[in-house]
Every structure is written in structure tokens, then in C-alpha cells.
Ligand binder design. Structure first.
Ligand code: MG
Length: 221
């Protein structure tokens, strides 16, 4: 029994984002735009989160219905979109969706992105392992802070401002590994590799995703 083998790694190119176009906003002071919807993102690992050793297909961990059900609960409660950060991802969103469809994943229509494949960059013959948290930060910087055009936008205080483009967003990282960044700690829900996403952890994820619209969400308890 072994985990999914992602095959030969290739340095990840920029991927096309099929998410709704990011709106430009007039504010360069970080003020939220009135009534701007809060975009919810789940950075999703598969092995140890959705695929567990309880379900094995062709010798590999496969999608565990219990864990997938909990993911569905998060999506239903928050309207979250998915960015695949797992080694199950491919070079493009379309290829990733095709592959996950083949695996029977029920929420392919929620996939709006894949993180770069930076885990095995080859630089001058040396393998460099890049923490997954860096790949996730790159996706956020590229697709949220820069509006997808690769040009970072600085606020007046010289720091990136997440409201600069008029995109209010909240995110959660679901993973069984721990190579995330310190700044992501409050967004990180760590699963046990052999159990995956549980009801308790799904509730925690829902709580994180609801933080920024606690007042606006009608069904928020
Ligand atoms: Mg994993």
C-alpha cells in the first residue's frame, strides 16, 4: 500500500485561473468595498485528507466517502472554492479536473486552481524541496494580491494589502503534512494521515472560513 505517485515532477508554469475575474477597486488604502463578497478558498491536499488507507484502489489510497462527505459539508456551509495543493494535481486545472473525475471526486466543479509544482525544482542539478506553504503563498500572491497578472501591488505602507484589489477572501489549508508557513498557522487544519478529514476538523474549517463574514452570513449560528 502506498501513496499516489505524482510521476516526474516538472517546474510548475503559471496556470490559467477559471475563477470569476477579480474586480478592480478604487481603494488603495485597504478599505473594504461595500458588499464585496468574501471569497472562500480551500487549499486541498488529498492523501491523508480525502484519500485514506481505509479505501485502497489498485494498491493506492483512494477517495474515502466519509472524508469527502465532510468536505461537502464545508462547501455547503461556506460556498468555498477548491485549490488543489495535493500531489494529485496536474500541470493545469483541466488536467487536474480530468484526473480527479477519473478518481470519482464529487467536487470537481468547485476547483478553481492548482498550486505550482515546486516540490522538486531542479536548479543547476540540485533538487530543492519547496515547502507546501510556499506553494500556497505563491498562489495567493499571484491570484489574489496581483489579480492574476503576476504583478504584485504594494499598498501605501509598502506591504501587500489583501483588500487592495477589492477581493476580500478567507482561506483554509487542509493537509496532513506540516510544512506550512507561520503566517498560515491560523488557517491550517491538520488531519491525521490515517484518518483524514473528520467532522470535528470540518467544523473547525467552517469556523475559519466564516470569520470574515460572521455578521453577513444568514445561517451563521
Ligand atoms: Mg497528504
Amino acid at each position: 500500500m502506498k501513496r499516489y505517485d505524482p510521476g516526474v515532477p516538472v517546474a510548475g508554469p503559471t496556470v490559467a485561473l477559471s475563477a470569476p475575474a477579480l474586480r478592480s477597486g478604487p481603494s488603495d488604502q485597504g478599505a473594504p468595498i461595500a458588499n464585496a463578497p468574501t471569497r472562500k478558498l480551500i487549499f486541498l491536499d488529498m492523501d491523508g485528507v480525502i484519500a485514506t488507507p481505509r479505501v485502497v484502489k489498485d494498491g493506492l489510497w483512494a477517495i474515502d466517502p466519509q472524508c469527502e462527505e465532510e468536505l461537502g459539508r464545508i462547501i455547503s456551509a461556506t460556498g468555498a472554492e477548491l485549490v488543489i495543493s495535493s500531489s494529485w494535481r496536474k500541470h493545469t486545472i483541466a488536467e487536474t479536473v480530468d484526473f480527479l473525475n477519473e478518481q470519482g471526486f464529487r467536487f470537481c466543479d468547485r476547483i478553481v486552481g492548482v498550486t505550482i509544482r515546486g516540490y522538486h525544482y531542479l536548479v543547476k542539478g540540485a533538487a530543492i524541496s519547496i515547502p507546501r506553504g510556499v506553494e500556497i503563498k505563491q498562489w495567493i500572491d499571484h491570484n489574489i494580491h496581483s489579480g492574476g497578472n503576476g504583478e504584485y501591488v504594494l499598498g501605501r505602507n509598502g506591504t501587500f494589502n489583501r483588500r487592495f484589489l477589492g477581493v476580500d477572501f478567507e482561506y483554509v489549508i487542509l493537509d496532513d503534512d506540516s510544512d506550512m508557513l507561520l503566517e498560515q498557522a491560523s488557517h491550517f487544519v491538520r488531519c491525521e494521515w490515517d484518518i483524514g478529514l473528520t467532522r470535528e476538523l470540518a467544523d473547525k474549517a467552517i469556523g475559519i472560513l466564516r470569520v470574515s463574514n460572521r455578521i453577513d452570513t444568514p445561517d451563521n449560528p
